[in-house]
Design a protein around this ligand. Structure first.
Ligand SMILES: O=C(O)c1ccccc1N[C@@H]1O[C@H](COP(=O)(O)O)[C@@H](O)[C@H]1O
Length: 230
């Protein structure tokens, strides 16, 4: 199982290089002004040029209008648009159609009921990002360093195109993979030394923990429909 790894909220050449050298598949730039990781379009363009051809470039936006999205698409030339707000199913489909880019739609999860929208969003997005719902009073819709109960995903369609996020770091990501078998992993604050300050050592340790993860062979056999005796 090859896990797609995304490191989000990069804002310096040094930490971007750390992510690229460690083998990140996707790198994310945040265009949400309240975030300590926010970058301007021009700054993101410089970083994107550094990453282009080495990893897929993701522009993280929150309930953004078409004009602001168009400015990012034109200046930064991302490979993906991440929609991390309350965008409706119709709005996701519209953005995807208008900009001709694959869409990573974030959904906040806290309890089983939060999984109800997955099917409708999966029908219009190229990939889902299952993230923890922000804690009460949080000013950010993501990037809060909190996890949700990964066992909520036990009944998920194993073929669903999604990535897991929310409070993941080098110390817990193997357990997250063991529980969910997620095909993709995304982290921001778990690879930082302080909010908005990415740490090259933590980025390397995080990606090494993912690349070193070996799934339990019983799980793979069960997915293939084999009977597992105890
Ligand atoms: O990172 C941010 O600042 C951010 C701001 C607004 C929306 C989403 C944001 N981050 C995304 O949230 C996930 C989870 O973050 P964390 O690992 O729990 O800190 C992150 O991977 C980003 O995709």
């Amino acid at each position: 199982m090859t896990v797609t790894v995304k490191i989000c909220g990069l804002s310096t050449e040094e930490t971007l290089d750390a992510a690229l050298d460690a083998g990140a598949d996707m790198v994310g730039f945040v265009f949400f002004p309240k975030s300590p990781r926010a970058v301007s379009n021009e700054r993101a363009r410089q970083l994107a040029d550094q990453a282009r051809g080495k990893a897929e470039i993701v522009a993280l936006t929150v309930d953004m209008d078409d004009a602001a999205l168009a400015a990012i698409v034109e200046t930064v030339r991302p490979d993906w648009l991440q929609l991390h707000g309350g965008e409706s199913v119709e709005r996701v489909a519209e953005i995807r159609r208008r900009f001709g880019l694959p869409v990573l739609k974030a959904l906040g999860i806290r309890e089983a009921a939060d999984l109800a929208g997955i099917g409708a969003y999966a029908a219009v997005a190229d990939r889902l990002l299952l993230d923890a719902k922000p804690p009460k009073g949080a000013t950010l819709p993501g990037g809060n360093g909190v996890s949700f109960d990964w066992h909520l995903l036990d009944a998920l369609d194993p073929g669903l195109a999604y990535m897991l996020s929310g409070g993941l770091d080098a110390g817990n990501v193997a357990q997250a993979l063991a529980v969910t078998h997620s095909p993709g992993i995304d982290a921001s604050s778990g690879v930082e030394s302080a909010p908005g300050i990415k740490d090259p050592d933590r980025i390397r340790a995080f990606i090494a923990a993912i690349r070193g993860f070996r799934p339990n062979p019983d799980h793979s056999r069960a997915l293939a429909g084999e009977r597992i005796s105890s």
